[in-house]
Design a protein around this ligand. Structure first.
Ligand code: ASP
Length: 344
C-alpha cells in the first residue's frame, strides 16, 4: 500500500468564524490538522498537499481545476488514491471538470467537504473525510475499487459528473438525479459494482478549458434583448441552453432566428433541461422541433455542471462543428446516458 494523497483546496470544512466579522474564513492545513488527529490512525500513509491560500469554492476558476489535476498527475504513481477537500458550492463543477481532464483513471479521486466547519462539535467534516480516505484506499484483488472522479457526501458516493448541490443545509447536500450511487455508506460501504466506471488505455491528462461560454436560461416573458445580449458576447463559442421539460422553448420566431444566426456564426448551442431529473428529447414536442431543425445539440441528461464543463473542455480541445456535436452527445467518463446504455 503506497498511501493516499489528500489535496486541501479549502471550503467550509476548514473554515473558522472570524471573531471580528462573524463570517467564515479558511484555515491553513496546519491549523486544520489539529482538529483531525484521526488521520494518523490509518494503517497507511496519508500525505497532504495544501493550497498555499485555501479558498472558498466560490473562487474556483478553470486554473484551480488544472492545479488539482496537475497535482494528481505529478503524484499519480506514488499513491493508491486521491482525496480532494473542496468547498461544496462548486464541488459539482470541479468534479465534472476533473472527470474530463483526468482520462482513463485507474485510481480513485474522491471529492468531499462539509456543511459545518471541522471545528464545530456537530461537524459532518470528520466523517466525510475519514470515509473518503477509506474509499480512496479500497482495493479488490489488488485493483482500486473506484477508478473515477467521485463525490462522497454523507451516506452516498456519487459519480462526480452526475452530481448537483441541492441543499444549503442538509448533511446530504448532493444528489445524482440521473445516475445511481456508486456506493452507499452505513456500517458497511456497499459498492454498486455494475455502476462503477472502467476505462481502457493508460491514464493521461488533457488540460484545457475554453472560458468564452455562457448559460442561457429560458423563462416565461424573457425579452429578445436578453437573448441577444448573451448570444452577442464577444468571442462567444458555446452556450448551454437551459430549456423547459424535455428540451422545450418558446416557438417565438425571433428566438429561433437569434439561435440560428448564432449557430451559423459557429457558436455551439447545447440544450439541457431545467428539470433536475430526466433528459432532453428534441422533437418530442413541437416546441423543441424548431431547435432540432436549426442544429441545436441535445445534451440528453447532462447536469448543468457537467454540460458547462464538458463544453468548456471540448471547445478548449479545439473541437468545433460536427466533431464537437458528436463528442458532446457521447460519454467521455460516464456523464451522459446514451440510448444504447439504457437498453443494455
Ligand atoms: N462557501 C463554501 C465553499 O463552497 C461552502 C462549503 O464549503 O460548504 O467553499
Amino acid at each position: 500500500m503506497k498511501g493516499i494523497l489528500l489535496i486541501y483546496t479549502g471550503g467550509t470544512i476548514g473554515m473558522m468564524e472570524d471573531p471580528a466579522s462573524g463570517s467564515l474564513t479558511p484555515l491553513n492545513f496546519q491549523e486544520l490538522r489539529t482538529y483531525i488527529p484521526e488521520i494518523r490512525r490509518f494503517s497507511f500513509r496519508v500525505d497532504v498537499k495544501a493550497f498555499d491560500k485555501p479558498i472558498d469554492s466560490s473562487d474556483v476558476q478553470t486554473q484551480t481545476w488544472l492545479e488539482i489535476a496537475d497535482l494528481i498527475h505529478q503524484h499519480y504513481d506514488q499513491y493508491d488514491g486521491f482525496v480532494v477537500l473542496h468547498g461544496t458550492d462548486t464541488m459539482a463543477y470541479s468534479a465534472s471538470a476533473l472527470s474530463f481532464v483526468l482520462r482513463n483513471l485507474k485510481k480513485p479521486v474522491i471529492l468531499t467537504g462539509s456543511q459545518l466547519p471541522i471545528g464545530k462539535l456537530r461537524t459532518d467534516g470528520k466523517e466525510n473525510l475519514i470515509t473518503a480516505i477509506e474509499i480512496a484506499s479500497a482495493k479488490r484483488n489488488g485493483d482500486a475499487i473506484v477508478q473515477e472522479v467521485a463525490v462522497l457526501f454523507d451516506s452516498n458516493l456519487f459519480r462526480g459528473n452526475r452530481t448537483h448541490k441541492y441543499s444549503t443545509e442538509n448533511f446530504d447536500a448532493f444528489v445524482s438525479p440521473n445516475y445511481p450511487p456508486l456506493a452507499t455508506v452505513g456500517i458497511y460501504i456497499k459498492y454498486e459494482w455494475k455502476h462503477l466506471l472502467r476505462t481502457q488505455g493508460d491514464f493521461f491528462v488533457e488540460r484545457h478549458f475554453e472560458t468564452d461560454v455562457a448559460i442561457l436560461k429560458i423563462f416565461p416573458g424573457m425579452s429578445i434583448d436578453y437573448v441577444n445580449a448573451i448570444l452577442n458576447i464577444p468571442r462567444l463559442k458555446g452556450v448551454v441552453l437551459e430549456t423547459y421539460g424535455s428540451g422545450n422553448a418558446p416557438k417565438d420566431a425571433a428566438l429561433i432566428s437569434a439561435l440560428q444566426k448564432a449557430i451559423e456564426n459557429g457558436i455551439c448551442i447545447l440544450n439541457i433541461t431545467q428539470c433536475s431529473k430526466g433528459f432532453v428529447e428534441q422533437g418530442r414536442y413541437d416546441t423543441s422541433a424548431g431547435l432540432q431543425k436549426i442544429g441545436v445539440t441535445s445534451g440528453g441528461d447532462l447536469t448543468t455542471e457537467a454540460a458547462l464543463t464538458k463544453l468548456m473542455f471540448l471547445l478548449g480541445k479545439g473541437l468545433r462543428g460536427k466533431s464537437l456535436h458528436e463528442q458532446l452527445t457521447s460519454p467521455i467518463s460516464g456523464e451522459i446516458t446514451t440510448f444504447s446504455s439504457i437498453s443494455d
